[in-house]
Write a protein that binds this ligand. Structure first.
Ligand code: RIB
Ligand code: CA
Length: 314
């Protein structure tokens, strides 16, 4: 079948950055058509510049990065500098990007790419779903050429930004509703599974032993990010977004159930909750919800892919 066409939508974010590195290193599996950035962890101007820094770090300065939506569809913007730092990828210590973002808006790129792709496109989403939702609204026919959407977001159980909701969904619940109701194959990579992918000190040292510039940047990001998440994660930070790429590369590392997932849009204390019908009572499933990951297998895959990147790709 050859490499599958892939677009990654992201809000770097240390974990987004690691996911991007993992995907860029997987050229046999992915034909990366472009990277689209959205406001999320930090404002758009920073997420899009961070995406460009990371593609340079991976030795792929020619990869196009498209800036997208600077705010959610309806609700007031929320960001997560307390977790990710003012830059969004604190700890990475990366130089300025080698070249500007593309002129085309990310939403327009998403529409064009799906119209022009000769094979259905896989969408990996690592941040709030604003860009993807607006592309669907602007031109619903793109859905005819979507292979699947694999989205980091939501949770069957506890959220993170508020008890009831996970950040990517909470940051733009209306966009999430559009995507979850789009009727295309959708895999939800929620906190239930990503909280099992913990970057413990031993796993960080295994990455550091690669002794490359990308590996050192990853370790710096994990140490920064980990120091700000100790209240919730005593043994190390969770690698939320890289679970999306790992699932696309090796789904056998994961376990899942198909179920209906509704997005709460009205709750005073639950806006952005992914209401996951584990009992199978509220209608036909619209999502595959990941529930377990082989964490050792995940980190072995992550290290193996990072090792493929140019040692000093700057
Ligand atoms: O809740 C975790 C998600 O929110 C991750 O994608 C992280 O990067 C932030 O975007
Ligand atoms: Ca993210």
């Amino acid at each position: 079948m050859g490499a599958r066409p892939l677009i990654i939508d992201c809000d770097p974010g240390q974990d987004d950055a690691i996911a991007l590195l993992m995907a860029i290193a997987s050229a046999e599996e992915f034909e990366l058509l472009g990277i689209t950035a959205v406001a999320g962890n930090v404002p758009l101007a920073k997420t899009e510049a961070n995406a460009r820094r990371v593609r340079d770090l991976a030795g792929r300065p020619e990869l196009p990065v498209y800036a997208g939506c600077p705010r959610p569809m309806v609700r007031a913007p929320v960001t997560a500098e307390a977790v990710h730092g003012p830059s969004g990828i604190d700890g990475a210590d990366l130089p300025e990007p080698s070249r500007p973002a593309e002129e085309t808006h990310a939403v327009d790129f998403l529409v064009q790419a799906h119209a022009e792709a000769s094979r259905p496109v896989t969408l990996a989403t690592l941040g709030p779903l604003t860009n993807v939702a607006l592309a669907i609204i602007k031109n619903p026919s793109i859905l005819d050429n979507v292979a699947e959407i694999v989205a980091m977001g939501g949770a069957i159980g506890l959220g993170n930004v508020i008890p009831a909701a996970e950040f990517n969904i909470y940051a733009d619940p209306h966009a999430a509703h559009v995507v979850f109701e789009a009727g295309v194959p959708l895999t939800m990579v929620g906190l239930d599974v990503t909280r099992q992918a913990i970057a413990t000190p031993a796993r960080i040292e295994a990455i550091r032993s690669l002794e490359t510039t990308p590996a050192r940047a990853v370790c710096g990001m994990l140490e920064y990010y980990g120091a700000r998440t100790t209240a919730a994660y005593r043994h190390g930070p969770p690698l939320h977004d890289p679970c999306v790429i790992a699932y696309l590369l090796k789904p056998e590392l994961f376990e899942w159930r198909d179920m209906h997932v509704a997005i709460e849009l009205a709750g005073e204390h639950s806006l952005g909750r992914t209401v996951c019908d584990v009992y199978g009572r509220s209608g036909a499933p619209n999502a595959r919800v990941l529930e377990h990951v082989d964490a050792d297998g995940f980190f072995a895959l992550l290290s193996e892919r990072l090792a493929r990147l140019p040692a000093s790709a700057q």
